[in-house]
Design a protein around this ligand. Structure first.
Ligand SMILES: Nc1nc2c(ncn2[C@@H]2O[C@H](COP(=O)(O)OP(=O)(O)O)[C@@H](O)[C@H]2O)c(=O)[nH]1
Ligand SMILES: [Mg+2]
Length: 343
């Protein structure tokens, strides 16, 4: 029996799935007819696309819509995404690597400065920028586009810029046309498109637009890769999402989740132990709740969501720890993985 494998066939194509390649006794056999039939005339396009915009404009929802999979956490509260989340969309002849970023906001504390760094770095790394504007909260676009940091970020970058008018399901046609005309008259964006990330309206048109600008380049990742992060990271993100849904005001913003143990066990459920880090002693009883009810409920919904993400049952244990003012403490932030390449 020949063993067929996923191989990097040559520099020009990047990694491709080739039925025409076989390994036997240490030799590689290539059925060139089959190979050329499949790949001879194919032009592969690949590149990086940053999704940027103000908090709550729908960036993470859009990433999930592109991928048809829930990768990035989404909530109705701003500032849930804290790091850069990579999501890879692969088709036979293209690969788009999306970078979901935190919302653009003037930083008040060190954590938010780090979040801004993720945005700048993603912009630098990418070939195309998708800038999201939420029509439901900024119907004429000025609040967003006159924001100092938004302006600097967009004006400094020479990348192709696609402006996305998001949440058109919450507006009427007149409003959309009005905003479209106004943005078009700026002659600043390479393309403008109205969408609803939530209802998956026009999302595939955005992909077609991206393909117009995507460079011809071999794929960067194997076709079956969805992201660059590991399961641990997504488990901690899911728990953070549930904290955002269950607690109010400052509590979710003061919270970080650290996976302390993630063990696969023979014949038993995976064991996951997570620490919920808060900023002050007074926040601890809030997370725990009366007779431990709040944390118990949190654990139940988080576990269900983790299981649906991992597609297997897990045992989840949550505990709460205090790390004074971690959001302003460089050492804590480093420990929690808030680093960008420049450091
Ligand atoms: N009605 C509507 N809501 C949306 C749309 N896109 C996102 N949302 C909602 O807006 C909120 C913020 O979305 P999220 O993706 O977390 O925004 P982010 O902060 O930019 O990543 C969530 O409650 C989403 O369900 C949309 O197209 N229409
Ligand atoms: Mg987000």
């Amino acid at each position: 029996m020949l063993k067929f494998e996923y191989v990097k066939i040559c520099k020009v194509l990047g990694p491709v799935e080739v039925e025409s390649i076989a390994f036997q006794n240490g030799f590689v056999y290539i059925d060139w007819d089959n190979f050329y039939n499949k790949y001879g005339n194919m032009e592969i396009k690949s590149g990086y696309v940053s999704i940027i915009g103000k908090p709550n404009s729908g960036k993470s929802t859009l990433l999930n819509a592109f991928l048809g999979e829930k990768l990035s956490i989404t909530t109705n509260k701003p500032q849930t995404t804290r790091k850069r989340i990579m999501g890879i969309l692969s088709e036979e002849n293209y690969q788009i690597i999306f970078l979901d970023t935190p919302g653009i906001l003037r930083p008040d504390y060190l954590l938010q400065e780090k979040m801004l760094d993720y945005i700048y770095q993603s912009v630098k790394e990418s070939d195309i920028l998708l800038f999201l504007l939420d029509i439901s909260t900024d119907p004429d676009g000025s609040r967003t586009l006159e924001d100092e940091i938004v302006k600097n970020t967009l004006e400094k970058s020479k990348k192709k810029k696609i402006l996305i008018i998001n949440k058109v399901d919450l507006a009427n046609e007149d409003k959309v046309n009005h905003l479209y005309a106004k943005l078009d008259s700026l002659k600043f964006f390479d393309a403008i498109i109205p969408i609803s990330a939530l209802l998956n309206f026009n999302v595939d048109t955005v992909v077609q637009l991206i393909l117009n600008y995507l460079p011809v380049h071999p794929k960067f990742y194997p076709d079956d890769r969805l992201t660059d992060e590991n399961e641990r990271f997504f488990v901690s993100e899911i728990i953070r999402e549930k904290i955002f849904e269950h607690f109010q005001e400052e509590v979710p913003y003061s919270t970080e989740v650290v996976i302390e143990e993630f063990k696969e066990r023979e014949g038993r459920k995976d064991f996951i132990q997570a620490a919920i880090i808060v900023e002050k002693e007074s926040q601890k009883p809030i997370i725990i709740g009366k007779q431990g009810n709040a944390i118990k409920e949190l654990g139940q919904v988080a576990r269900a969501s983790i299981e649906s993400f991992l597609q297997r049952p897990v045992f989840l244990e949550l505990r709460v720890k205090v790390r004074e003012k971690w959001r302003s403490d460089p050492r804590s932030l480093r420990t929690f993985g808030y680093t960008t390449d420049e450091e």
